[in-house]
Structure formats: structure tokens, C-alpha cells
Ligand binder design. Structure first.
Ligand SMILES: Nc1ncnc2c1ncn2[C@@H]1O[C@H](COP(=O)(O)OP(=O)(O)OP(=O)(O)O)[C@@H](O)[C@H]1O
Ligand SMILES: [Mg+2]
Length: 507
């Protein structure tokens, strides 16, 4: 059983309810230790810490027994203890390879049910042998929240306060922004980032917010599967898709305190399904900019490639970071690339894909934090049907090739983007020439015409764009059958992103 996103209070309840073995997943040993020590103090319990290098010790150093480095002897000590204690075993999981250790741990679990002792397994990776699954409660330890980071910052400020060379200028709203910028980091990372911001110019003020965000971007990127974006494309950069835009506009302030008081549920997210190059990824970026929320892109393909460590750890970590940075937009790009193997997962990868998929599904269904998920996919045949069931997403939108009116908008957007005035172009002609073109192909035609103009010493004009269009063989011609099938599937099951939805002539 994995219990995600626990608070200190919840952990105290589990300990009081005599859950014998808790498995805490965290990179932050020190913070978990401190929290557990607080609980121990409040409940008048002793704390022991075990590592393979030290054996069992008490934090104050009053007890130290080198022979308990051997896991079997450490477990023996715990079995015999009758003194109401929390035993924190750090990185114990490698020893679960041993049959004797697994068996002994089961004995401990049984014996602890009638004692006041609790065993806490603390490690950044989750490894529970099947024999112990029923005895161990897994807690995904949350990252520090706003309050924790606030305290951390305060500690830092207090520690440098006497230094006349250090200037702290943080009115409360700047301070709030600074702390929010650090959300998503572990305590250690936040400490380092705050300290770096301070040391760089001996001051801490609003100017450091940018530094903290860029440090955070790097740290999150290093975690492997997430990319942190500050997007600046607004919905006005997206041509067409009136229905989708309408839907989004209605929900623009859905994460506000006011909406909550009114009784609105927080939107969960959408799935954008459809034709390549028609602006699905662009929409994901535009939503975050439009709503002024940070955008986290999860590369589903690389999540499953196994190149960057354990896929399950990474999936859990990604969810954890998103929850912590929330309110935010979590963009699951090209989900079919990762989740296509769900059905054959048992045979091909020992069920890893299926397990991660299940983790995501239940998170999508049950998440309570304001993380708006934007998932995109090109192909439905590869998607597991469970994903499309009600309750996972608020809505599934089908993004088709742009209609005439939409192509017009897209041409204008891209001509304007290249600092030219659309009034100088015969847009109607371009629209007529580009039947069956995707937004990406329209953009490419404009760029290619721009190159022509530059190399010929001319200007971007209708003829040049029209020529570029004629030299393009749009994907919709080569993939006509696939697109028809997709459209047919979508018409019964999804909502059209564009307002002329269902008009499949696409003229
Ligand atoms: N509706 C649109 N309005 C404006 N520009 C568009 C539109 N559709 C596509 N484009 C242009 O094409 C580029 C590529 O589109 P995008 O990556 O969003 O397509 P996609 O639907 O995600 O494709 P894929 O399925 O291949 O991932 C965009 O960055 C944008 O410049
Ligand atoms: Mg895309």
C-alpha cells in the first residue's frame, strides 16, 4: 500500500495506531529524522538510527553498538526491545535480497503489533519484497511545503542578520514570490539556492526570484523526466480551436480562492487528441501562459526508456514535484509513446509500464492538488482504453486539421510573428492554396518563403508563400486513411476543439 503525500500529523497517527513498519521514500534524511524526532519527543519515545556503516545508534550518541551493523543482529535488538522506540533504518533495502533478513523482518512485524515500537525504513528508492508487502506501509514523503520553506528562509535571514554587509530587502509579497519560486525543491536544495542567492551579491531581494527560478529549472531538469517552462505564448498565438478556447476561458480563474468559495471543483485536465502539427503542444504552452501558471513538461517517452534510472521512482518523483509546485500545468506530451505497452507489460517488462500507468490513472482520478494536466496524443489505437474513461480528464478534445477560417487566422499569426502586416498579403489566396495543411505546415511555408525572400534580396509576399505551399506535400495527403479513421473514432467520443466541429470537409 502506497500512501502518497503525507503530513507529519498523519505519520504520527500511523505510529500511534501501531503500524509496525513504515517505509518512507525520501531523499531528505535529515528532514525525515527531524520530523520523527519531534513525534518521538511528543510521545515520549526513544529514537534509534541504523546504518550499515554505524549499526544502531541514538542521535545523542548515548547508545552505539557496532555489532548491530549486521542487519540480523539489528533486527534481533529491535525484537528484544521493550522500551517504546522508533527505529529508523536507513537504506536497508539492499538487505531484502537475503532470505534470512526478509524472514526476520516478518517476525519483527508480527512482534511489533503488540509493542510500542515502530520500524521506519528510510530510503530514496522503494524496494519491498513480496513477502513483506502486507506488513509495510509505504509513505511517499512530501517535499517541503510553503510553511517549511518560509521557516527555512527565516532561519537563513536570522543567521546573517548581524552581518552589516548583508542587505535583506524582502517586503511580504516579494518574500512570498521568493518562497514560491523555491517550491518543488527539497530542503537541501532550497537551502543551497537561498544561500547562493544571498552570497552572489550579499543581498536578498526581489531580484533573486529570477535566480531561484532558473536554479530550480536546472535542478528539475537534472531529475531527468521533467522540464520546467516559463511559457510566454498566450492563447492568442493559437489559431482557431474556438471551442477549446471557450472552455479554457471559462476555467481561467478556476484555481482561485474565489472559485473554491463558490463551490467550483478544480479542473483536473484535458486530453488533446489529434492530427500532427495542429497545435496540441502549442496549446499546452498557451494554457500555462494564459493562466499564469508554471508549466512542467513530462516526457513520457523518456520516462519509460529506462535510461534515467528507475522508471517508477521517476514517475513518483514527477508527480511529487508537480504537486509541490502546484498550482501548475503538468504537460504529459505524447502519452501514447509511453503507455502503448500497458497491455503487454506483464510479459515484456515485468509489469513496470502497467504499474506506472496504474499510478498515473489513480493519481489523475484522485488528485486533490491544483495540478492541471494537459495530455497530448496523436494516436488512439495505442492508448489503453482505461485512460479515456470518464473521470480521468474533464474533457477529451479532438484537434483536427484547421478549417478555412482557422487557416486564415494561422496565416495571420505567423505573418505577424515575422513582423509583417497581414494586410499586405492576399490571405484568401493562401487559404485556398493550403487545403489540407496543418498549422505546422503553414508555419513552415511562411518560414521557407522568408528564406527565399532573404536569399533573393526581396520581401516576404503572397507569391513567395504560395510557392512554398505548392512545394509542400502535406501529411494529410500521405496519411489520409489514418486521419479518416481517427476522425471517425473521435466524432463519437470527443469534443471538437474547433467550433465547426464535425465538419469533416476541412475546406
Ligand atoms: N492552430 C495553430 N495556430 C498557430 N500556430 C500553429 C497552430 N498549429 C500549429 N501551429 C504551429 O506549428 C507548430 C507545431 O505545432 P505543435 O507542435 O503544437 O503541433 P502538435 O499538434 O503538438 O503536433 P505533434 O502531434 O506532432 O506533436 C507550433 O509551434 C506553431 O508554430
Ligand atoms: Mg506535440
Amino acid at each position: 500500500m502506497v500512501l502518497p503525500f503525507f503530513t507529519e500529523k498523519d505519520i504520527e497517527i500511523l505510529i500511534r495506531a501501531r503500524y509496525p513498519i513504515l517505509y518512507m521514500i525520501s531523499w531528505e534524511e535529515r528532514r525525515v529524522e527531524e520530523d520523527l524526532e519531534k513525534i518521538a519527543q511528543a510521545r515520549d519515545k526513544k529514537v534509534y538510527i541504523w546504518t550499515f556503516t554505524q549499526g544502531l545508534t541514538t542521535p545523542a550518541g548515548t547508545y552505539h553498538n557496532d555489532t548491530t551493523r549486521e542487519p540480523m543482529l539489528a533486527l534481533d535488538y529491535i525484537l528484544q526491545s521493550r522500551e517504546s522506540a522508533i527505529f529508523i533504518l536507513k537504506d536497508f533495502h539492499p538487505f531484502f535480497e537475503r532470505a534470512d533478513v526478509v524472514r526476520k523482518m516478518r517476525d519483527v512485524a508480527i512482534s511489533l503489533r503488540t509493542s510500542y515500537d515502530t520500524v521506519v525504513l528510510l530510503s530514496p528508492v522503494l524496494k519491498v519484497p513480496a513477502e513483506l508487502e502486507k506488513d509495510i506501509t509505504v509513505i511517499d514523503y512530501p517535499l517541503p511545503d510553503y510553511k517549511d520553506l518560509d521557516e527555512l528562509l527565516e532561519k537563513l535571514i536570522q543567521s546573517v542578520k548581524r552581518n552589516p554587509q548583508v542587505k535583506i530587502n524582502l517586503p511580504s509579497d516579494d518574500r512570498e514570490k521568493l518562497i514560491k519560486a523555491a517550491q518543488g525543491l527539497t530542503t537541501g536544495e532550497a537551502e543551497n539556492v537561498f544561500a547562493k542567492a544571498l552570497v552572489m551579491n550579499n543581498s536578498l531581494d526581489a531580484e533573486d526570484i529570477g535566480l531561484i527560478i532558473s536554479e530550480k529549472e536546472q535542478i528539475i531538469r537534472k531529475s531527468g523526466v521533467l522540464t520546467y517552462y516559463e511559457s510566454d505564448e498566450s492563447l492568442s498565438a493559437v489559431g482557431g480551436m474556438e471551442n477549446l478556447k471557450e472552455w479554457l476561458k471559462k476555467r481561467a480563474s478556476a484555481f482561485s480562492e474565489k472559485a473554491r468559495k463558490f463551490g467550483l471543483p478544480e479542473p483536473k485536465g484535458i486530453l488533446l487528441l489529434g492530427v500532427q502539427g495542429c497545435g496540441k503542444s502549442l496549446c499546452a504552452k498557451a494554457i500555462s501562459a494564459e493562466w499564469h501558471l508554471p508549466l512542467l513538461r513530462l516526457d513520457v517517452g523518456s520516462l519509460f526508456s529506462g535510461i534515467i534510472g528507475s522508471t517508477e521512482e521517476n514517475a513518483r518523483k514527477a508527480i511529487k514535484i508537480a504537486e509541490n509546485i502546484s498550482p501548475c500545468v503538468l504537460w504529459l506530451d505524447e502519452i501514447e509513446k509511453g503507455f502503448s505497452g500497458v497491455e503487454s507489460s506483464g510479459a515484456t517488462d515485468a509489469g513496470t509500464t502497467a504499474r506506472i500507468f496504474a499510478t498515473f490513472l489513480s493519481w489523475l482520478q484522485e488528485k486533490t492538488s491544483p495540478v492541471f494536466v494537459v495530455a497530448t496524443a496523436n494516436e488512439i489505437s495505442k492508448l489503453p482504453p482505461e485512460l479515456l474513461r470518464k473521470g480521468r480528464f474533464d474533457e477529451i478534445f479532438f484537434v483536427d486539421l484547421p478549417s478555412e477560417a482557422e487557416r486564415k487566422e494561422i496565416f495571420m499569426i505567423h505573418i505577424r510573428k515575422r513582423s509583417r502586416d497581414p494586410a499586405n498579403f492576399d490571405i484568401e489566396r493562401l487559404v485556398a492554396d493550403s487545403e489540407g495543411f496543418s498549422g505546422a505546415e503553414i508555419e513552415e511555408a511562411v518560414i521557407s518563403a522568408l528564406y527565399d525572400a532573404f536569399s533573393e534580396g526581396g520581401e516576404l509576399n503572397t507569391d513567395r508563400i504560395s510557392n512554398a505551399i505548392k512545394q509542400t506535400f502535406p501529411l494529410s495527403k500521405t496519411m489520409q486513411e489514418d486521419m479518416e479513421a481517427l476522425r471517425k473514432w473521435a466524432s463519437a467520443r470527443t469534443r471538437y476543439a474547433s467550433s465547426n466541429g464535425g465538419d469533416n470537409s476541412r475546406k
